[in-house]
Design a protein around this ligand. Structure first.
Ligand code: CO
Length: 208
């Protein structure tokens, strides 16, 4: 990758945007009012805006390795707080993806240094769903299912945050679990039944 090319690209991008709307950047600078918070993986193949076909200003984005929402992670918690309680988004999306290196690494026993405590969160997901996952004989199918279950558990982590709990009481906010299939380019809605999932954990976490 030629870094200088990036600045050439940027100039072209500005020209093209201004061709369509001469006030484009002027209007962007006035502020943001996104309706969606997207939490996805840092993977270079899983671009947030591109795969959703949305424009700057449409989506508030947070990305980290394996789209995790650990409740002690200051970065993820700050993003959720700002998006839900200040920007007042009505949708929170956790988007995982098949062929996720983070999820794959968590299924192996290699020592990955600083990544160990981060990936341990995915191993916890495996532990919670061990019965279902161990019953899947095919390695690829089990890996894909762990990607999906990780999305589900991170959605539960989103639902457990004080900001989302408060937003639930005050207005309509929806949490979505999605998976991006790199092999086909398809975005898949896992259609997770959060009512059912939350029923199982409500008493433990004292959720509304
Ligand atoms: Co990934």
């Amino acid at each position: 990758m030629n870094i200088e090319q990036i600045f050439v690209n940027n100039k072209n991008w500005i020209t093209n945007r201004l061709k369509v709307d001469e006030h484009y950047f002027e209007n962007l600078s006035k502020g943001q009012n996104p309706d969606i918070l997207y939490i996805g993986c840092s993977d270079s193949r899983v671009t947030a805006e591109d795969l959703m076909g949305v424009q700057p200003g449409d989506v508030f984005v947070h990305r980290n390795i394996a789209n995790m929402v650990p409740n002690t992670d200051l970065s993820a918690m700050s993003v959720i707080n700002y998006a839900v309680s200040h920007l007042k988004v009505n949708h929170v999306v956790v988007c995982g993806h098949y062929y996720c290196g983070g999820v794959k690494a968590a299924m192996q026993s290699a020592d990955l240094g600083i990544l160990n405590p981060w990936l341990r969160n995915i191993r916890d997901v495996y532990r919670i769903h061990r019965q279902e996952l161990d019953a899947i004989a095919d390695d690829e199918a089990r890996y894909k299912r762990l990607v999906e279950l990780n999305v589900q558990e991170q959605c539960v982590n989103v639902l457990k945050t004080a900001d989302v709990q408060r937003a639930y009481r005050e207005r309509k906010i929806t949490v979505h679990g999605w998976v991006f299939d790199i092999h086909s380019g398809k975005l898949i809605d896992l259609k997770i039944n959060f009512g059912e999932v939350l029923d199982q954990i409500r008493e433990i976490y004292h959720l509304d």
